[in-house]
Design a protein around this ligand. Structure first.
Ligand code: DHB
Length: 394
C-alpha cells in the first residue's frame, strides 16, 4: 500500500504563489500540505525579478514582521523611459497615486518560507509530484515521491498547481501538459548581477538602435542589468568587458558604474495562458497557468493576484460549502491575466528592436514612444499597469 497523507488542500509548488496561498488558507483555519521538488536552498537562491506592485506588498504585509519588503526593499516612485538620446521620467504617484517596491523575488521567498515554517506549515522540499489524479471527484490526489525517492500520495479536498511553467499539475486541468495560448519572441534578455553601486536613482528602460537594455538594481552594492540578445546566446560568449560594452552602448547619456559580474543568465521570452485554469477540484495559479515576458515585471505579481482570488474561493468552498466563487475563479482571474499579457507584450514591443525591423518599424516605434511620454494619458496607462491594477478588480 502506498502511504497516503491527508489534508484539506494539497499545494504543488513552493514558489511565491503556493507559499502565499498556504499562508492565506492558514489564516482562514484551512490546513494544507505544500510540496516542491527543489531544495529550500535552491528556492531561496534562484534569481528572478525584483519589482513588486503595491497590492503585492500590501498582501505580504499580512505576514507581519516576517515580510521585510518595507524595511529591506525600496519604494520606487517612477521609472525612466529612454530613447533617441533622451530620458523621460514616468512619475507614478502623481499619475496613479501608487508606487512599486524593488525587492527581489528570492527575498520574498525567504520571508514566506520562514513565516510558514514558524507557523507549523507542513512544507516538504525535495518532493516530486508525478501526477495529479481524480480532479473530477471530491478527493483529488497528488501522486508523488519523497526526498528519498519513495512513492506516496496526498489526498485532499482540493489540489492547487502552483508548480511553475513546467507544471505537472497542468495536465490534470487542461488534459495535456502544454494546452494553452502561446507566443514566442525572437529575442531574449542577457541578465547580469554585478558588484557596483547603482548607476541611477530609478530603473532605466532604454530603447536604442542597438536594442533594449534595462538598468535595474538589487541593493546599494549589487546591481541587476539586462540587454536584449538572441535567444540562442551562450552566457559564456561574452567577456566582462564585452558585456559592459553591450550594456553601455544601449544607454547613451548615462555612464554605467561597472564592477565584477558574478552571475549571468539568458531569459527566454514567452507568452502563455493555459486553456483552462480549473477542472473539478484542481486549479492552476501563477506560472503553471500563464507566463509573461519579463518586460514590466508582471510575472510574480500576477501569481499573487491569482492566489488572492483562489484563496477567497477556497474559503467559500471549504468553510461555507459555497462553490460559486470557485466556479467564477477562471473568468475573474483571466480578466487580469489577459490585461497583464497585453501590457507585458506591449512594453516588450514598445522597447525592443525586432531582428527584422525595417526603417519604417523603427520610426513607427519612436512615434509610439513619443505618443506615450508626451501624453499624460499615455504615461498614466503605463503607470497604472506597472504599479498594478487594484487586486479587487477581478
Ligand atoms: C527587473 C525585471 C523586470 O522584468 C523588470 O521589468 C524590472 C526589473 C529586475 O529583475 O530587477
Amino acid at each position: 500500500m502506498t502511504p497516503t497523507v491527508r489534508t484539506r488542500v494539497a499545494i504543488v509548488g513552493a514558489g511565491p504563489a503556493g507559499l502565499l496561498l498556504s499562508h492565506l488558507l492558514d489564516a482562514a483555519g484551512i490546513p494544507s500540505v505544500v510540496i516542491d521538488q527543489r531544495s529550500r536552498d535552491e528556492i531561496e537562491s534562484t534569481i528572478r525579478a525584483g519589482i513588486l506592485e503595491q497590492g503585492t506588498v500590501e498582501l505580504l504585509d499580512t505576514l507581519g514582521d516576517a515580510s521585510r519588503v518595507r524595511t529591506v526593499g525600496h519604494r520606487h516612485d517612477g521609472i525612466e523611459l529612454r530613447f533617441a538620446g533622451e530620458g523621460h521620467r514616468i512619475d507614478f504617484p502623481s499619475l496613479v497615486g501608487r508606487s512599486v517596491w524593488l525587492y527581489p523575488q528570492h527575498e520574498v521567498l525567504k520571508d514566506l518560507i520562514a513565516a510558514r515554517l514558524a507557523a507549523g506549515q507542513d512544507l516538504r522540499f525535495g518532493v516530486t509530484a508525478e501526477n495529479v489524479v481524480d480532479a473530477e471527484t471530491d478527493r483529488p490526489r497528488v501522486i508523488a515521491r519523497d526526498a528519498e525517492g519513495q512513492p506516496f500520495e496526498i489526498e485532499a479536498e482540493f489540489v492547487v498547481g502552483s508548480d511553475g511553467s513546467r507544471s505537472v499539475a497542468r495536465a490534470a486541468v487542461t488534459g495535456s501538459s502544454t494546452g494553452g495560448y502561446f507566443r514566442e519572441y525572437p529575442f531574449a534578455w542577457f541578465g547580469i548581477l554585478c558588484e557596483a553601486p547603482p548607476s541611477a536613482d530609478e530603473l532605466i528602460y532604454s530603447n536604442s538602435p542597438d536594442g533594449f537594455a534595462l538598468i535595474s538594481q538589487r541593493s546599494a552594492t549589487v546591481q541587476r542589468m539586462y540587454f536584449q540578445c538572441d535567444p540562442g546566446t551562450d552566457t559564456a560568449a561574452y567577456s566582462e568587458a564585452q558585456l559592459w560594452d553591450e550594456l553601455q552602448k544601449r544607454v547613451p547619456g548615462t555612464t554605467l558604474k561597472e564592477g565584477p559580474i558574478f552571475q549571468r543568465d539568458v531569459l527566454r521570452f514567452r507568452s502563455f495562458v493555459a486553456h483552462e485554469l480549473l477542472r473539478g477540484r484542481v486549479a492552476l495559479v501563477g506560472d503553471a497557468a500563464h507566463t509573461v515576458p519579463p518586460t514590466g515585471a508582471k510575472g510574480m505579481n500576477l501569481a499573487v493576484a491569482d492566489v488572492r482570488l483562489l484563496a477567497d474561493a477556497l474559503r467559500a468552498l471549504l468553510l461555507d460549502g459555497d462553490a460559486r466563487p470557485l466556479e467564477t475563479y477562471p473568468e475573474r482571474a483571466l480578466r487580469r491575466i489577459w490585461k497583464a499579457q497585453h501590457f507585458s507584450w506591449w512594453m516588450t514591443s514598445l522597447l525592443h528592436v525586432a531582428p527584422d525591423a525595417t526603417d519604417f518599424d523603427r520610426r513607427r516605434q519612436l512615434g509610439e514612444l513619443r505618443g506615450v511620454v508626451e501624453s499624460r494619458h499615455g504615461q498614466a496607462y503605463l503607470a497604472e499597469a506597472y504599479c498594478g491594477w487594484p487586486l479587487t478588480s477581478g
